[in-house]
Design a protein. Structure first.
Length: 294
């Protein structure tokens, strides 16, 4: 089945509704104590924690999206449910992170969101929706139909003088952390900026969004041997957003992200790279090569 432009628009509206309903639930519980459990996730704490709100958010999203699965013969993949492999058989699937940034949510700090994408079996993100329940900001994109921030078509911000690099808190334990800090300053100066600002923060979806809204900026994750590094539901929605704004998104080697892998959904083997422009992205690819070889 091939989805038309009108189909994608209607499915996009469903994804927006699902994300905002889930976001309202998350906002209501954002300052309340929640029970924290652990799960078999990646090697970092952020990948291992889960709360009842993750599951309640997933329930709300699926309640909204399941009728579209029947009507359009869609599969679905969500972080808090087993992968049944249907995404490898159907032409399209919903890719859902019901609470991206569970650790910031538990800590009551910014950085959590709802992330929903529609992905083709070939691994192309056709719809991307990210909703920040703390600031009530909606990021959305549809393939070949543009990208929006709230009700306005996305417009690049006025560039700052400092180049911002964003990554996850777990990077502080990475063997390349110290070498990377100094190297990022050199990269920034070489590109003509006053300096670099390295921020370790938040969940993957909003980190990627901030690489667009706080340009010049870059969100990156280096590959690592341990399972983790985020999963496809962490990156599918923002991959669509970046494609529609014309900003580069890839793995750390510059290859396209594989958003429907046959096997593990973890991305630790390849890393991710989101840049507010191509020059910054290319510089980060070269930097990783030097650090890795060194």
């Amino acid at each position: 089945m091939r989805l038309s432009t009108d189909d994608l628009y209607l499915l996009g509206q469903c994804a927006i509704s699902a994300a905002m309903q889930a976001g309202q639930l998350i906002a209501r519980h954002s300052q309340r104590a929640v029970k924290v459990n652990t799960k078999d996730g990646g090697s970092s704490l952020a990948a291992q924690v889960v709360t009842e709100i993750d599951h309640l958010s997933q329930d709300i999203i699926l309640q909204t999206l399941r009728p579209t699965c029947t009507k359009y013969d869609l599969a679905w993949l969500s972080e808090e449910a087993p992968d049944d492999g249907a995404r490898l058989q159907q032409d399209y699937f919903w890719c859902i992170d019901p609470l991206d940034g569970t650790l910031p949510f538990i800590e009551c700090v910014p950085g959590y969101s709802v992330s929903i994408a529609l992905v083709s079996r070939a691994g192309q993100a056709l719809i991307g929706v990210v909703y920040d329940p703390l600031t009530h900001t909606l990021y959305r994109a549809i393939k070949d139909q543009g990208a929006w921030q709230n009700q306005q078509p996305f417009k690049p911000p006025t560039p700052a003088q400092t180049l911002t690099f964003i990554t996850d808190k777990s990077f502080a334990q990475d063997p390349l952390y110290q070498a990377t800090r100094g190297a990022l300053q050199r990269v920034a100066v070489e590109l003509g900026y006053a300096g670099a600002n390295l921020r370790l923060q938040g969940g993957a979806a909003l980190n990627a969004c901030q690489a667009l809204t706080q340009a010049p900026a870059c969100y990156f994750k280096f590959p690592k041997p341990d399972k983790g590094g985020g999963s496809v539901w962490d990156y599918a929605a923002t991959a669509c957003l970046f494609h529609e704004t014309g900003a580069p998104v890839s793995d750390i080697h510059g290859s396209a992200l594989v958003l429907n892998p046959d096997g593990s959904t973890f991305m630790n083997h390849c890393g991710v790279l989101y840049g507010s422009d191509q020059t910054i992205a290319e510089s980060m690819i070269r930097l990783y090569r030097r650090l890795h070889q060194g």
